[in-house]
Design a protein around this ligand. Structure first.
Ligand code: NAD
Length: 233
């Protein structure tokens, strides 16, 4: 049986990805810093690891869990991410550093820690965001997700031909993360989506599952926009 690891899997897009990969027959390791991960993993019959991907101890715990599973990792989904939104004038250096630390730094560090545990023919899928094109009020987040694009493309070259590396760039997806936005901002964003609805976590999970599967065996270093057509609007 093949093994897939999903970070930020306690809820939202990460949980939907874990559920999707579980349904496809993979054994799942679900990681999150929230204690909710225990319940979410139990729901799917998955292995839970409560850990912070942004700390060395957290990454060690994750790598230990992979080793304990006794099998190489076939799919790594770097999904955990955070926002600290504010207009540029109100951004603090701390907000910038924290978002870059989790969304970009920890994504790189966890991938480096786990790549030696990956099976030949394995796949890494990073969660980017359409916001890397630039978003008012999300300067720090946009910069971090632009970094994820560079990371994805560079690691794809570094790990080829052994492991493929791609990214999915969602647009607006209805989760706790976007629930935190002011309602007028959410309504404005949704009104600009050509497919006329917010994305669902399952919409994103479909794209991730495809990139992780053998159907995408000739795809590496790419960013798949999954945003209802809003990528450049
Ligand atoms: N929701 C959207 O509209 C949207 C759009 C584009 C991209 N994304 C990206 O998709 C991913 C998932 O987003 P979501 O909406 O499901 O978010 P969410 O806030 O609902 O869930 C994120 C999960 O990540 C976990 N997490 C955060 N920091 C962590 C850390 N340091 N270590 C371990 N776990 C950590 C949280 O506890 C949470 O369970 C993120 O990378 C996000 O940037 C989301």
């Amino acid at each position: 049986m093949s093994t897939a690891l999903v970070t930020g899997a306690a809820r939202g897009i990460g949980f939907a990805i874990a559920r999707r990969l579980s349904t496809a027959g993979h054994r799942i390791i679900m990681v999150d810093l929230s204690p909710q991960i225990q319940h979410s993993a139990t729901t799917l019959g998955a292995i839970a690891v409560q850990a912070d991907i942004a700390t060395p101890d957290g990454r060690d715990a994750i790598r230990d869990a992979v080793r304990r599973s006794g099998e190489p990792l076939d799919i790594l989904v770097n999904n955990a991410g955070i926002t600290r939104d504010a207009l540029l004038a109100d951004q603090t250096e701390e907000m910038f550093r924290l978002v870059a630390r989790v969304n970009l730094g920890a994504c790189y560090e966890l991938t480096s820690a786990l790549v030696t545990e990956m099976a030949t023919g394995g796949a890494i899928v990073n969660l980017g965001s359409r916001a890397h094109l630039g978003n008012v009020g999300q300067f720090n987040y946009a910069v971090s997700k632009a970094g994820v694009v560079g990371l994805t493309r560079s690691l794809a070259l570094a790990y080829a031909p052994r492991v493929r590396v791609n990214a999915v760039a969602p647009g607006f997806v209805a989760t706790d993360m976007t629930d935190a936005m002011p309602e007028h901002v959410r309504e404005r964003i949704i009104s600009r989506i050509p497919l006329q609805r917010p994305g669902s976590p399952d919409d994103i999970a479909s794209a991730v599952a495809w990139l992780g599967s053998a159907s995408a065996r000739y795809v590496t270093g790419q960013v798949v926009y999954c945003c209802g057509g809003r990528s450049h609007g």
